[in-house]
Design a protein around this ligand. Structure first.
Ligand code: GLC
Length: 538
């Protein structure tokens, strides 16, 4: 049954934030050669694909998400040769490489934007979104930047505003312009020709804006001081426009010129809107990122609802996926606590669909507090003190317990590793049978071995209180996953027809081998995978 599935359906995606994974040249910043030197670790862990955050030439206003050249490598991270070597070595280990593709905006230093801003009648003027000032001289619409303040900046020299969904140094491209589309598709082909296995497409739902430039309505749920001020308005006209799906389908068509590549879309939307990004006939993204385990409160009933809603609306042939963390979100161990982060790992790796792991999650890394003088993130610099900064979850990977560099660098690390995280290094955890790292490795191994987890069906199981449970089955083999999202013991009633069950994995490492029928005791913070020993046994 697994043979019918593509690599990105069976596989696990591992996100590497390039600045923080491994530094080969000792300048304190991670690089391509560093990633290459750690491929054996990724193979040992058992993941299938590594997605690398942007490594293209960039003034680094937004961590490389301000690209100044789509077909080059930022010297800080290495060279094109380094990239080719990394790709070849990854492929030698059957690891796929997924590049970040940032189509919504460029850097304001990109030659296209320089040309565009040079004059109102410049040939590339229409490559970006230029508008006259409002009658009062202010911005053309009320649209807000995700990083704070208005999303429009006045260009004094030409007297017009340009739109930027993020920092003013990240002007949005005009995706209604055919030349822009062709130029960007060529950039995709540049990397596909080199052999990359796919793209993670940055802010896919932002690509197209309302043609009439209507104002966004106020958000009735917004409370001042709670979360980002961007949420003051509902981005009804500045994101998720119907025309975006035509662009997504065109991108997909570019991928289809090649064999067996994957397109993942970054999309923060409610599930009913999210699924549109699979495309009407499956001609959209293979995997529109599902961030609902991040955006949903860590509560068994709420998570159950989100899983069932997602499973319920997925079109046939649309492959599910789940994400627990990324470079824009507080780390999962900081969100739910150490004990629950083990439960979260079991959840992520046993739900139906492709999981994405953020580097360091397998170590249970926590957010590292960053002193004000070391802040680098543009979101924190533009809106300080609101807790919106993303440096805490972007700190370097602790490979060993060496003070300071933690085996990440021989130089001065660009962000502190944090003492608590140093104590959770790869070297330390490899020696501990029950460590978070070894739990991940065992879960990944189990997943690989069990078709029921890899590609099997999903069925919710009734549960109360802090318990959450579901069944996964394939070819007559049935597994039960039972999670306790709380710190008090729970009990789960087991359906009669399942007969006797045996624990094959326990997050605490305490319950393996035990058998149960009718009722399952679930210790505090425990997560179990059980096999049915009855009729359905393989
Ligand atoms: C995406 C990236 C984020 C970046 C933003 C603007 O959300 O994940 O890090 O700041 O796009 O490019």
């Amino acid at each position: 049954m697994t043979d019918r599935h593509r690599w990105w359906q069976r596989g696990i995606v591992y996100e590497v934030s390039i600045r923080s994974f491994a530094d080969a040249d000792g300048d304190g910043v991670g690089d391509l050669a560093g990633i290459r030197s750690r491929l054996d670790y990724l193979a040992w862990l058992g993941v299938d694909a590594v997605w690398i955050t942007p490594f293209f030439p960039s003034p680094m206003v937004d961590n490389g998400y301000d690209v100044a050249d789509y077909t080059g490598v930022e010297p800080l991270f290495g060279s094109l040769d380094d990239f080719d070597r990394l790709l070849a070595d990854a492929h030698d280990r059957s690891l796929r490489v997924i590049c970040d593709f940032v189509p919504n905006h460029t850097s304001d230093q990109h030659p296209w934007f320089r040309a565009s801003r040079s004059a109102r009648d410049a040939p590339k003027r229409d490559w970006y979104l230029w508008r006259d000032p409002a009658p009062d001289g202010g911005p053309p619409t009320n649209w807000l930047s995700e990083f704070g303040g208005p999303a429009w900046t006045l260009d004094e020299a030409t007297g017009q505003y340009y739109y930027h969904a993020f920092a003013s140094a990240q002007p949005d491209l005009n995706w209604r312009n055919r030349e822009v589309r062709e130029a960007m598709y060529d950039a995709m082909r540049f990397w596909l020709d080199r052999g990359v296995d796919g793209f993670r497409v940055d802010v896919m739902w932002h690509l197209v804006k309302d043609e009439a430039y209507r104002d966004n309505p106020p958000n009735p749920d917004y409370r001042e001081g709670q979360g980002s001020p961007y949420r003051r308005l509902v981005p009804a006209y500045s994101a998720d426009q119907p025309e975006v799906h035509e662009v997504v389908a065109e991108m997909r068509a570019v991928l289809e010129e090649y064999e067996d590549r994957v397109m993942i879309g970054e999309i923060y939307l409610p599930v009913d809107r999210l699924i549109d990004y699979y495309g009407r006939d499956g001609d959209g993204a293979h995997l529109p990122f599902n961030f609902h385990l991040i955006t949903t409160p860590w509560d068994a009933r709420e998570i159950e609802v989100v899983i069932d809603r997602y499973e319920g609306v997925l079109p046939e042939n649309a492959w599910p996926n789940w994400v627990l963390g990324n470079h824009d979100q507080p780390r999962v161990a900081s969100r739910v606590g150490d004990a629950q982060s083990r439960v979260a790992a079991v959840l992520l790796l046993t739900l139906r669909g492709t999981p994405t792991l953020y580097y360091g999650e397998e170590l249970g890394l926590r957010d590292v507090p960053i002193p004000p003088e070391r802040v680098t993130d543009v979101r924190e610099r533009q809106q300080p003190g609101r807790g919106l900064g993303r440096d805490p979850e972007r700190t370097p990977m602790p490979w060993d317990a060496t003070e300071h560099g933690g085996g990440f660098t021989s130089g001065e690390p660009w962000l502190p590793l944090g003492e608590a995280n140093l104590a959770r290094s790869v070297a330390t955890q490899r020696e501990e049978r029950k460590s978070m790292l070894m739990l991940h490795r065992r879960l990944i191994e189990l997943r690989r071995r069990e078709a029921a987890l890899l590609v099997g069906s999903y069925r919710p199981m009734p549960a109360q209180g802090d318990a959450l449970a579901y069944r996964r089955a394939s070819d007559g083999r049935e597994l039960v996953v039972a999670l306790n999202l709380g710190a008090a013991a729970q009990r789960l009633v087991l359906p009669d027809e399942l007969g006797e069950l045996r624990v094959i994995l326990s997050a605490s490492g305490e319950a393996e081998g035990r058998t149960h029928r009718d009722e399952l005791p679930l210790a505090a913070n425990e997560a179990l995978v059980l096999e049915a020993l009855g009729e359905g046994r393989r």
